[in-house]
Ligand binder design. Sequence first.
Ligand code: ST9
Ligand code: ZN
Ligand code: ZN
Length: 345
Amino acid sequence: MAPNVTAALTTLCEEDLAKTTSSKPVYKREIVWFNVAVFSLLHIGALYGAYLMFSSAKLLTTFYAFVLYMCSGIGITAGAHRLWSHRSYKAKLPLKIILMIFNTLAFQNSIYEWSRDHRVHHKYSETDADPHNATRGFFFSHVGWLLCKKHPDVKEKGKGIDMSDLEADPVVAFQKKHYKFLMPLICFILPAFAPVYFWGESWNNSYFVAVILRYVWTLHMTWLVNSAAHFFGGKPYDKYMNPSENVMVAWGALGEGWHNYHHVFPWDYKAAELGKYWGNSTTAFIDFFASFGWAYDTKVVSTELIRQRVTRTGDGTHPLWGWGDKDQTPDERDAALITNHLHTQ
Ligand code: ST9
Ligand code: ZN
Ligand code: ZN
């Protein structure tokens, strides 16, 4: 057979195979080079900021950058995440406004967009519909997903997510409507003034340390929840999923690294089982506002429900109900181990 005929037949066969094996068009990754360029520049700026921080910036500027990181982080954790995405507590208007401003300082897209992606992430975790699907690797879940077009499944499945609560929230709607104006102002312009006017810092140091480095640092602390906390750590609540308990991430992400717990019980306002504030400054923040009523209806999970889940699907690393627990009766332990065994069949 002539080579061109063979080639044509092969192509036809491949097309037929593609048609019979899947009715969906084959997904092709599409890199968004504009984002690649912007993130590259931001990272070069952040490295320069780190150099300035250790060479010429005033200590107060570094402290100020740290405070901005904490505030913008809270705008994500207590705001976009625990309040708006999960409705794990309620907030009065003044607290919502504070959280919206902090959230805009973080520039991680509007609360509406962030929450829509996050709700899809929980509902379709580790599938093509998950915007930062961790099965596509560490880099993709960390930042790669922001450097290419979304998988069609994200948009398709995302359409089914109920966003009516956020559409009805005036604070979320206000931020969404004015985001193109508010975000540059609050994240990139206003924060540069304080160091220059209040403690005589240079514009250069102020901009690269308190704006660019602070922004890029906060992004990475957030992204680590999607990457590191989906790869490394124990799974005391459910060993059949990837999200893990990651102490390092918990500290950097203000209490959002207890990710195995969070994916099992996403409605808990602590996003962790821990009752204390160790590695969970966001919970301390919410509790502070709850002490005078600006935060209320905080949802938690009962100890009994947690215990049942730990013994049924945990990997044995839970400090209280893990397999090393001396207080567990032999019956309890056997029951847990049998259930675990059955699950792995
Ligand atoms: C950033 C976000 O960094 C980080 C989020 C991290 C989440 C972490 C979660 C972990 C737990 C919490 C931990 C917090 C820890 C905090 C610690 C703090 C210290 N559903 O997006 P488009 C549709 S952002 C339904 O353009 P493309 C929709 O119709 C960084 N529909 O898709 C949409 O139109 P519209 C700064 C959806 O073209 C249309 O598609 N920001 C959904 O594929 C087009 O959407 C950037 O760098 C959905 N989920 O482009 C921007 N999604 O919106 C980067 C989309 O009008 N992003 N649709 O309704 C982009 O440039 C683009 O989004 C793209 C995709 C290129 C990535
Ligand atoms: Zn996750
Ligand atoms: Zn969540």
